[in-house]
Design a protein around this ligand. Structure first.
Ligand code: ADP
Length: 258
């Protein structure tokens, strides 16, 4: 219990720190957006420059949306669970994930048909996925594959009775990176555990993911083999969704097709 208290104090202090940084960062991004908008208005018509400025503006706006979420987290606002369609959420986040993975890592996304929705805070889940993608990137400095698989299990019947349990839904993210030895794997989700050296890792990524799943009635399962790669499994309990009540969880991504 003492350790738990210590841990929650650490998290609180860190939350305040992160909140402060997110706030300052957001102000910076606002200044950048403002200047870009001015520039956009004053420049003579030049479609090439206009589209460059547009790209920069969209980047700043995405950054601002992310810091907003970070702020919400740091303020320890209560989670806002909602019905989430996982394949839809992941598809909406794909561009942003690819951006943080870089060009040498390929995303392979697969989803079983008819995955039932789950109850979870969509914004927090997106942050969790970005954290996991960052870890995967760090584990694959020479590039590789990020596999995202969404699957569900048939409803198992509770042992010894005929009562049906809710089906379980799994969102698994695997990388072909350096993997972890047993000792690292055992501690990976501990708050402030990091092997990334000072200034690089906070050791909070996986502990935050773990916390989110615990609070959403789910479970985090880590599997890893040194030298082969890591799989992060996020298990949820399926929610029964009345038709047409799915939250729109797709993040805003730009249309870069032109
Ligand atoms: P951080 O990324 O800041 O170190 P995390 O809690 O996200 O904090 O991760 C803790 C540690 O777990 C990492 O420092 C790393 O040693 C290990 N780890 C996490 N994800 C992976 C991965 N995909 N591949 C290899 N090691 C990982």
């Amino acid at each position: 219990a003492h350790e738990e208290l210590l841990q929650s104090r650490k998290m609180e202090a860190l939350g305040q720190l992160a909140g402060g940084i997110a706030h300052d960062f957001n102000n910076l991004l606002m200044a950048i957006s403002g200047s870009l908008e001015l520039l956009q208005r004053r420049l003579p018509d030049n479609p090439q420059i206009a589209s460059l400025i547009d790209n920069a503006l969209q980047g700043a706006q995405r950054g601002s949306a992310l810091t907003g979420r970070l702020l919400a987290f740091a303020r320890r606002q209560p989670l806002e669970p909602q019905l989430v369609d996982l394949p839809c959420l992941v598809k909406g986040l794909r561009d942003l994930m690819q951006l943080s993975l870089g060009r040498d890592i390929r995303i392979e996304l697969s989803a079983q048909p008819a995955v039932p929705p789950v109850m979870v805070d969509a914004a927090q889940l997106e942050l969790a996925l970005l954290n996991i993608a960052t870890n995967a990137r760090d584990a694959m400095p020479d590039g590789g594959l990020l596999g995202i698989r969404i699957s569900h299990e048939e409803a198992p019947s509770a042992h010894g009775t005929d009562r049906m349990l809710a089906p379980r839904v799994c969102l698994a993210i695997s990388d072909t990176g350096e993997g972890m030895d047993e000792e690292t794997l055992a501690r990976a989700a501990d708050p402030f555990f990091t092997t990334k050296g000072p200034g690089k890792g906070t050791g909070l990524g996986l502990s935050v993911v773990h916390g989110l799943l615990e609070e959403s009635g789910g479970r985090l399962v880590l599997k890893s083999t040194k030298g082969e790669g890591t799989t992060v499994e996020m298990w949820f309990t399926a929610a029964s969704a009345p038709q047409g009540q799915l939250a729109d969880t797709s993040v805003q991504t730009s249309d870069k097709g032109t």
